[in-house]
Design a protein around this ligand. Structure first.
Ligand SMILES: Cc1cc2nc3c(=O)[nH]c(=O)nc-3n(C[C@H](O)[C@H](O)[C@H](O)COP(=O)(O)OP(=O)(O)OC[C@H]3O[C@@H](n4cnc5c(N)ncnc54)[C@H](O)[C@@H]3O)c2cc1C
Length: 221
């Protein structure tokens, strides 16, 4: 089985979680599920010696992460030149209130991907990647939305980052107070947080599509 087919990402010196290593997870399915649920990625790179971390939409297309934007974007231009990139996504699952200030925490699922990007230039592959981005925002949307024209395709830079070096880190559960604090008269526990859609605000007179009626960030089985 090759590295790209393996069900786990290799634990490299760069992706070995050092603090609370028990929360690390290198399962490909787990990393993919977090990437698929998250709407926003933070894309980090260094340009002219200055680190930047830029929020972006991302999508997973099989074993690759895809990003898109204007060909004039400094960020996409820098990444296209093959500089090392770090992409992070975070799903916030709750705040964790301990009896001591020290043990307050957050429940979360996060992923860090390391690699280098390459431009997708083939029109058919570009369309697939853009479809993946639209589907990532709203599953089923490519059935309805007009696809990109040739001019729109030209005006869009699309980059792919192979998912070859990645880690997940996950915290779940209650606060972990020190034994001597457990009898303190202080409320302790978790406040779960969840991304929930509110009522859509139509900009047209058409009925609501089913994928908005049932909108959820949790990927379908
Ligand atoms: C949720 C979300 C999703 C986005 N998705 C995309 C996407 O899919 N594709 C895309 O091209 N862009 C996306 N953007 C916008 C993106 O963050 C950049 O603003 C945009 O790509 C411009 O990049 P640039 O290389 O031209 O900016 P740069 O020229 O690199 O930016 C110059 C400076 O502008 C400031 N800046 C740039 N962007 C931001 C920002 N978002 N917030 C605060 N300061 C900023 C920083 O100081 C930066 O150093 C998204 C933004 C958000 C918040």
């Amino acid at each position: 089985m090759s590295a790209s087919e393996s069900t786990v990402f290799p634990r490299t010196p760069r992706t070995r979680v050092r603090r609370r290593g028990g929360r690390a997870n290198y399962e490909r399915d787990v990393v993919h599920a977090i990437l698929d649920e998250a709407l926003v990625a933070h894309v980090g790179f260094v340009a002219d010696g200055q680190p930047y971390v830029i929020p972006m939409l991302h999508a997973r297309a099989g074993g690759e992460l895809v990003l898109h934007g204007s060909p004039l974007s400094r960020m996409l231009g820098t990444l296209r030149d093959g500089v090392p990139v770090c992409v992070t996504v975070t799903l916030l699952d709750g705040v964790v209130l301990a009896r001591s200030a020290f043990h307050h925490s957050l429940n979360y699922r996060s992923v860090v991907v390391l690699g280098t990007a390459r431009a997708i230039t083939d029109d058919a592959r570009k369309r697939e990647a853009l479809d993946a981005l639209v589907e990532h925002v709203a599953r089923g949307r490519t059935r309805d939305a007009r696809g990109p024209s040739a001019a729109e395709l030209d005006a869009t830079e699309v980059l792919a980052i192979p998912l070859a070096e990645a880690s997940a880190k996950i915290r779940t559960g209650p606060p972990q107070d020190a034994a001597e604090d457990r009898d303190l008269p202080v409320w302790a526990g978790e406040l779960p947080l969840h991304l929930t859609p509110l009522a859509p605000r139509p900009a047209c007179d058409l009925p609501l599509p089913d994928y908005l009626e049932e909108y959820s960030r949790v990927p379908a089985e």
